[in-house]
Design a protein around this ligand. Sequence first.
Ligand code: SAM
Ligand code: SF4
Length: 327
Amino acid sequence: MIDAFARKIDYMRLSITDRCNLRCKYCMPEDVECISHDNVLRLEEMHRLCAIMAKLGVKTIRLTGGEPLVRKGWLDFARGIKGIEGVENITLTTNGILLEEHLEELKELGITKLNISLDTLNEGIYEKITGSNALADVLESITTALYIGMKVKINCVPLAGINDHEIIQIAQMAETLPIDVRFIEMMPTEVNGGLVPMPIADVMEMIKAHYPDLKDDSHFTTLPRGFGPAKYYKTTEMEGSIGFIASISDIFCSTCNRIRLSSDGFLTLCLHHRRGVDLKELLRGGASDAEIEEAVKVAIMAKPEKHHMKAEDGKEVNLKHMSRIGG
Ligand code: SAM
Ligand code: SF4
């Protein structure tokens, strides 16, 4: 699919559930109101939509949430969509807590690219951010995933006064492990009041001061790394690399290749716009595949050229909590 700004749309983030076993402060309110069960798409409905998207040119589907691994049947669902013609990659974004026991099955399925969220290496801070004491489980999942040869990216959201003193320590994981450690600028949502994002430029400055010979990834490889907006850097000695995603301070909309489908079947064209189409209504209203395809094509043509989240805009930010949208 090509949108009105000549961007090729071939990547879909699919939130298979809005539920989660954590309550990360920047993402989900403690007393989150979950989508009612009736309104969450059944996995068969999601499968049908994935097949329609694949027909329209989506080649990569990232399973996300909420926490995708808390949805019953997620692995069989992943197996099912792996078989859809046109789907070339299935990837997973997870908090890693329930991951370890499924790693071998995922590998057998050929799902070997994992993004795992890890904001801190300190148990107390982990609990402060997520409300849980499961850090050890996450670290174990990461270790096992690497051991069996999976490709792991770490997602870390730097927060002023909370984990900012750990930036170098977290980045150092890339020194000896084949991990891409990515620092993601916190996006303002309706729930993260009180948290202060650390601008990615500051994180980068800190890391460049620690690694003066840090070079842009293109010095080491000509292959594209991943499907997204991260910019990667490394040194000659590093096993992995360090990535930066600056969605607020560095607009990367001109190359955006993605759409998002929420667990209640709403197709969103941009993380920061409510514009989209309710595919659940069509599905459950008895629409044919051709009718749904048409609705998706019309929606894609309305994908906004860019988001308007720069702080100096002074505009009201209307991003809901991230767990609904899948990041
Ligand atoms: N539960 C899974 C996890 O945590 O990896 C998948 C869903 S989570 C919404 C996906 C990603 O969004 C995570 O890496 C998380 O750190 C990120 N995220 C959540 N809220 C965010 C925010 N306000 N700003 C930036 N990233 C955020
Ligand atoms: Fe759950 Fe992921 Fe949001 Fe944390 S970031 S609350 S793990 S959905």
